[in-house]
Design a protein around this ligand. Structure first.
Ligand code: FMN
Length: 395
């Protein structure tokens, strides 16, 4: 089908299938009044495969129905495949639609219609089978928002991930039959949840640009304080659902997620001072060692490793003469003594890698902890290390 036949660039008018009503004469009249797409009444894939003449006659269309969609109902992959093969022999069909919304007991009792919403893996398999078998331009799916309860986002993602080109939504659950209030917010949520990335991959495929890799990046976040992290299993699952059916390598870059909390910056208290009402705790580490707080106000949990319980508000700062040389402002820390150790957590990512020799400060030593034992893995830089590459040019 050429793009001009059915374009989603602007809203389109579709005549919803109504079993028992939207027969050929009905559809051709509605078409004359401007429907962009007409859909056959729901056809039983079983009846089609068994050669039912009534069902075969229901495929017939009026010449003005262009584009035209035929809707199938069924619950068995093999039968659906055969039904699609039969439709493949018929000209003038542009879309094959799968009914996953019919609430009628006779249909639900056979496991088809809205029953498929109770077995999403099967629904996905059936959609994929239609997509793979069909010689028509498009595959679509008609869904409800769920069977008993709404799980519309999950359903929509599986529909999309299984290769459907578009979907139609009846804004009620099966339990809502034809009476409950239509949930327009849920329809909007479905629209928003459908991933542009998969559309992009499929659209590029359609114009013969094959992508081999999709990099979903990182951005998983870490716990600095009391943040709730996304469930990595659910995250992986939603990526897989959306990429389902695409022959593509998925690359994920969970850098900070893996190493952010694996590193702690340990520094020593030099002294405390009070300036006006403000208490400052000055440590020997500085902004050159861990620049995240001064660069973009990053939060790092801080713990003074002493037993003092006299907490009060202070700024934890470095010894460099810069207003940006701080690790935290207005934090509650206990009273400290010279040489108390201070742990600045979550320094494993963008810590050492962003360190510099600013103020002629050598980079810190790195210590790895393995099975409870510590081991030096990079020695502290000396002044000689800092000037090593310039030495030969110093006259
Ligand atoms: C009598 C009747 C028959 C229907 N038959 C079908 C059908 O064959 N396939 C389908 O996808 N939806 C069918 N539907 C659902 C409609 O296409 C549409 O999604 C629904 O009626 C929208 O809800 P509304 O009537 O409250 O606007 C039928 C609805 C009715 C009332």
């Amino acid at each position: 089908m050429s793009k001009t036949k059915l374009s989603f660039d602007a809203p389109i008018y579709v005549l919803a299938p109504l079993a028992g009503y939207t027969d050929l004469p009905f559809r051709s009249v509605v078409k004359k009044f401007g429907a962009d797409l007409t859909v056959s009444e729901m056809l039983s894939s079983n009846a089609l495969v068994h050669g039912s003449s009534k069902t075969l006659s229901m495929i017939e269309k009026s010449p003005n129905e262009d584009p035209y969609s035929v809707q199938l109902a069924g619950a068995e992959v093999d039968v659906i495949k055969r039904a699609v093969e039969i439709l493949n022999e018929q000209e003038g069909i542009d879309v094959i639609d799968l009914n996953c919304g019919c609430p009628v007991p006779k249909i639900v009792g056979h496991g088809s219609g809205s029953s498929l919403l109770l077995n999403l893996p099967l629904m996905g398999d059936i959609i994929k089978t239609i997509k793979d078998t069909s010689n028509k331009s498009l595959t679509s799916v008609k869904i409800r928002l769920g069977f008993e309860k709404k799980n519309h986002i999950e359903i929509a993602k599986i529909v999309e991930g299984s290769g459907a080109d578009f979907l139609a939504v009846h804004g009620r659950t099966r339990a809502g039959k034809f009476k409950s209030e239509v949930d327009y917010d849920a329809i909007r949520e479905i629209k928003e949840s459908v991933k542009i990335i998969t559309d992009l991959v499929r659209n590029l495929k359609a114009i013969k640009i094959e992508l081999s890799f999709v990099d979903v990046g990182g951005g998983l976040g870490i716990v600095y304080k009391d943040e709730t992290l996304i469930d990595t299993n659910e995250y992986a699952q939603s990526i897989l659902e959306n990429m389902f059916g695409l022959d593509i390598t998925i690359i994920c870059e969970p850098g900070r997620f893996m190493v952010g909390n694996a590193g702690t910056f340990v520094t020593k208290v030099l002294y405390e001072k009070v300036n006006g009402n403000k208490r400052f705790v000055i440590v020997d580490g500085a902004m050159n060692d861990l620049i995240r707080p001064s660069l973009y106000n990053a939060y790092h949990r801080i713990e003074v490793l002493n037993d003092n319980q006299e907490f009060s508000d202070c700024n934890l700062v470095g010894p460099v003469c810069e207003s940006g040389d701080f690790f935290a402002k207005n934090v509650q820390l206990p009273k400290t003594e010279h040489n108390d150790l201070v742990a600045i957590y979550s320094a494993g990512a963008y810590g050492f890698t962003m360190a510099s020799n600013y103020n002629t400060r050598g980079k810190v030593a790195e210590i790895a902890i393995e099975n409870g034992n510590d081991r030096l893995i990079r020695r502290r830089e000396t002044f000689e290390d800092i000037i090593a590459l310039e030495e030969e040019f110093i006259k």
